[in-house]
Design a protein around this ligand. Structure first.
Ligand code: G
Ligand code: G
Ligand code: MN
Ligand code: NA
Length: 254
């Protein structure tokens, strides 16, 4: 079986898929503010195929739409379970592909999934990249505004890596930008990346956007970001993406 066919078969039951969760912590208060849901495919015959391989494939062969609805359903029901346990105050982030936004019934389906799960839509954040927004910008804008009207936040993921990051910023109804981890990785005392990240944070603040730094791996990077007044961070320093039970043990029990 080709990988495509394995993926097609796997999507029929979704049994071999799971979500991992990576925490996001407020830099000032040091408190957990949310988590990003990240899809994993545990295929016994192929071994671990990473999402940067199977997600683009799923997009190409038209499977990202059913996969995406499964991810949203799963993330919402997990959030509900966690809220029942620890109360609200957490935001669940879910990644979206352009193909999903192009579905004529996308907003309706999202509304249905949210209703079924019983989560408050204001506790959900959809992560898009600027590539998602390219193409039919008018249509994308209309969809994002409908999601926003339902209370869902929109975050711009991988900020700074594309061709048009700046022009996209004031066209999209964003709540948050996530600074791409390539900028954070090279950020240490004396590096030019400090100036770049400082400028991104300042710009986000003046646009009244919430800023999350991705890929924070060292205490030094965390401290630099805190000094810049970056709002929150995510990265291996806190935790890798981990299964729900582990996330709960580590971050939601005391
Ligand atoms: O999870 P990392 O651990 O490897 O993720 C790799 C890439 O896959 C990232 O760009 C991430 O945004 C993307 N990704 C992970 N889960 C999902 C998902 O549920 N939907 C979409 N569209 N992309 C995802
Ligand atoms: O594109 P997106 O930001 O959605 O993808 C998230 C990806 O970033 C996942 O693959 C996740 O495993 C990875 N990631 C999260 N934190 C870190 C980190 O601190 N270092 C590195 N190298 N990757 C990270
Ligand atoms: Mn993301
Ligand atoms: Na990213």
């Amino acid at each position: 079986l080709t990988i495509s066919n394995k993926l097609r078969r796997a999507v029929e039951s979704m049994d071999s898929f799971s979500l991992h969760y990576q925490p996001q912590v407020d830099l000032n208060a040091g408190m957990l503010v949310g988590m990003e849901a990240l899809l994993r495919w545990d295929n016994p015959t192929t071994g671990g195929i990473t999402p940067d391989v199977f997600i683009p494939l799923a997009e190409t062969i038209g499977l990202i739409v059913p996969i995406g609805y499964w991810v949203l359903r799963e993330a919402c029901s997990q959030l509900k379970a966690w809220e029942d346990k620890v109360g609200d105050g957490l935001v669940m982030s879910v990644n979206l592909s352009a193909k999903q936004l192009q579905q004529p019934d996308f907003v309706e389906m999202v509304g249905q999934i949210i209703e079924e799960s019983g989560v408050d839509p204001t506790h959900l954040c959809f992560e898009i990249t600027e590539t998602t927004a390219l193409g039919d910008m008018g249509h994308v804008l209309s969809i994002l505004n409908q999601l926003l009207n339902r209370g869902i936040h929109i975050a711009l993921d991988d900020f700074g890596t594309g061709y048009s990051s700046l022009s996209v910023l004031n066209q999209l109804p964003l709540r948050t930008i996530k600074i791409d981890r390539s900028f954070i990785r090279d950020m240490h005392a004396g590096s030019d990346h400090i100036a770049i990240v400082t400028a991104i944070v300042a710009m986000a603040k003046s646009l009244k956007l919430h800023v999350i730094a991705e890929g924070v791996e060292t205490e030094e990077q965390k401290q630099i970001l805190k000094d810049m007044n970056c709002d929150a961070y995510q990265g291996f320093l806190l935790s890798r993406p981990i299964p729900a039970e582990q996330f709960e043990d580590k971050f939601l029990s005391h």
